[in-house]
Design a protein around this ligand. Structure first.
Ligand code: GAR
Length: 198
C-alpha cells in the first residue's frame, strides 16, 4: 500500500467522486464522523452540477465541486481538471461512489493503490451497467456488491470486500438493487477503513 500523508489526527484526506443520488457518499461521510475512522472526506466532486449527492455534501459542510465533462476536448483534459481539484483539496485518496464517467488510463495509473470503487455485483460477474437486471435475466439465485481498487480495466482490480444477498422469486431490478445497496453502504466504509488503517 502507498504511504499516505495524514492530517494531525492521523486521518487520510479523501475525495469522493459521484454522479447522482450519492447514498454511498453519505455512508462514507457518516462513517467518517467517528473519531477513530482513518479517513476524512475533504471533497465531493461530480461531473453533474445537479447531483443530489452534492446537496448532501453541502448540508454536511463538505466542500463540493462540479465539473461538466462536456466542456473538455478529451478525456485526459477532463481528468486533468478533476485532478487539479483533488490536489487543491489536499486529497490523498479517491473513492468512486456512483461516478458514471470512465477515467482514463493515465489518471488511473497515477492513482494506483489510491482509488477505490463500489460496484453493484459480485465481480467478476456483471461488469458495467444494468447489473441487477442482468442478474435477474440470468436466473441468478444470489447477487451482491464489491469494493475494489481501481485499475485501468473497467470494474476490475483487486477485490477488497464483497457482500452477498439472495435473489427472491418476485424481485424486480429495483427491489434487488435496494437489497444490494444496503450492503454497499455497509461494506464500503468498512473496506475503506480497513485499507487506510495506519
Ligand atoms: C451504486 O449502486 C453503485 O454501486 C453504482 O451506482 C450506484 C450509485 O448509487 N455504481 C456503479 O454502477 C459504477 N459502476 P449512489 O449514488 O446512491 O451511491
Amino acid at each position: 500500500m502507498p504511504d499516505f500523508v495524514r492530517d494531525a489526527d492521523g486521518r487520510v484526506p479523501v475525495a469522493v467522486f459521484l454522479s447522482g443520488r450519492g447514498s454511498n457518499f453519505l455512508a462514507l461521510a457518516e462513517a467518517a464522523k467517528a473519531p477513530d475512522f482513518p479517513a476524512k472526506i475533504v471533497l465531493a466532486l461530480s461531473n453533474k452540477a445537479d447531483a443530489k449527492g452534492l446537496e448532501s455534501a453541502r448540508a454536511m459542510g463538505i466542500p463540493t465541486v462540479a465539473i461538466a465533462h462536456r466542456g473538455f476536448a478529451s478525456r485526459d483534459d477532463f481528468d486533468a481538471a478533476i485532478e487539479a481539484e483533488v490536489m487543491r483539496a489536499g486529497a490523498q485518496f479517491i473513492c468512486l461512489a456512483g461516478f458514471m464517467r470512465i477515467l482514463g488510463a493515465p489518471f488511473v495509473g497515477r492513482w494506483e493503490g489510491r482509488m477505490m470503487n463500489v460496484h453493484p455485483s459480485l465481480l467478476p460477474l456483471y461488469r458495467g451497467l444494468e447489473t441487477h437486471a442482468r442478474a435477474l435475466a440470468d436466473g441468478a439465485t444470489e447477487h451482491g456488491c464489491t469494493v475494489h481498487l481501481v485499475t485501468p480495466e473497467l470494474d476490475d482490480g483487486p477485490i477488497l470486500a464483497q457482500a452477498r444477498v439472495p435473489v427472491l422469486p418476485d424481485d424486480t431490478p429495483d427491489s434487488l438493487a435496494a437489497r444490494v445497496l444496503v450492503e454497499e453502504h455497509r461494506i464500503y466504509p468498512a473496506a475503506l477503513a480497513d485499507y487506510l488503517k495506519a
